[in-house]
Design a protein around this ligand. Structure first.
Ligand code: ATP
Ligand code: BTN
Length: 320
């Protein structure tokens, strides 16, 4: 694995938001100014905006507090791995399901290959968002996994609500929305079965203070900072709160399944009673969305009556 320690120490120093000269940074790390300039370029490639002003040095455009392993680990009982730079937190856990304890969490500051469903890219710049995954050995096996991905979405949306933030909604099967824009995505993946149990990895990416200046994201999106009108978010505390939420929701799901869950989902459904399209490969069905059924399928009122649709290949889109 590549050693990113110089870039990470530079970020640590710059995270105070003030100017640091190339010379002082070089002295601190025992490297030349030219080497500093190269590392700064590398950091910019991780999606961090850094100003360079002649005679003053370097400054972060948006100062941030780095995630702290000790701070997070001291507040949760799940084993936590913090890898500032990673390909994908989901992939990290999927590669290690044989050796890790169920409940292990992987958190990152930057993902070089963050992904959504069907191999689509999840834009994951350094330090401004949240990217984390939890490994869960589900004794009930693979068939129970679809319901679980819905349960996780509801649990996170309710956790945000309990922080006093209103208006966060869900898009079937597992995106978080606000004002018709995507705030977060959840990706549930499996690494085969161990006996009857399923090895699941549940990953979430949530935008906190991201600014997608290059316009890479090809659909309307938002961030928690935009939702609350302020970018002073405590990322460490949010990670702690979401780990606790997921752990509780997963344990509860193991015992109660989707019992009482339909009402909780429907209250938060962003497209309830709205016209939508369901895309399934080359096929498309249109109708009015009527929430979900007790198996976790999305209900669509079509010309032929009410129909339920379920499966990982289905994409829901607004149709108004
Ligand atoms: P589906 O309904 O099929 O799941 P989706 O648009 O939610 O469709 P996903 O594969 O779930 O697609 O998520 C990946 C998509 O999310 C990308 O194609 C991009 O449009 C969008 N995206 C990527 N990064 C971000 C981000 N940081 N914030 C918001 N949206 C993003
Ligand atoms: C989606 O909207 O399709 C889901 C996006 C999921 C992104 C998260 S970020 C943490 C975890 N690691 C990944 O590579 N993907 C998920």
């Amino acid at each position: 694995m590549k050693d990113h320690s110089v870039k990470l120490s530079l970020l640590n120093t710059l995270s105070d938001g003030v100017f640091h000269s190339g010379e002082s940074l070089g002295q601190q790390l025992g490297i030349t100014r030219a080497a500093i300039s190269k590392h700064i370029q590398g950091i910019q490639e991780w999606g961090v905006d850094i100003f360079r002003v002649q005679g003053k040095g370097y400054q972060l455009a948006q100062p941030f507090i780095m995630l702290s392993h000790d701070l997070i680990q001291s507040q949760v009982s799940n084993p936590v791995e913090l890898h500032p730079i990673i390909d994908s937190t989901n992939q990290f856990l999927l590669d290690r399901t044989e050796t890790l304890a169920s409940g292990t969490v992987c958190v990152a500051e930057y993902q070089s290959q963050g992904r959504g469903r069907r191999g689509r890219q999840w834009v994951s710049p350094f330090g401004t968002n949240l990217y984390f995954s939890i490994f869960w050995r589900l004794e009930a096996g693979m068939a129970a996994a679809m319901g679980l991905s819905l349960v996780v979405g509801v649990a996170i949306a309710e956790a945000i609500e309990s922080l006093g933030i209103e208006g966060v909604k869900l898009k079937w099967p597992n995106d978080l929305y606000h004002n018709d824009k995507k705030l977060a995505g959840i990706l549930v993946e499996m690494s085969g079965q161990a006996g009857g149990a399923a090895n699941l990895v549940i990953g979430m990416g949530m935008n906190l203070a991201m600014q997608d200046k290059k316009g890479t994201i090809d659909q309307p999106w938002t961030s928690l900072a935009e939702v609350i009108g302020n970018d002073q978010l405590d990322r460490n505390q949010l990670v702690v709160s979401f780990i606790k939420t997921l752990d509780k929701a997963l344990k509860n799901y193991e015992v109660h399944g989707m019992q009482d869950f339909v009402t909780r989902w429907n209250r938060l459904d962003n497209f309830l009673d709205r016209p939508i399209r369901l895309i399934m490969g080359n096929n498309e069905v249109t109708g009015i969305e009527r929430g979900i059924d007790s198996h976790g399928g999305v209900l669509l009122e079509t010309n032929e009556g009410l129909k339920s649709f379920i499966g990982g290949e289905i994409s829901l889109r607004r149709n108004d």
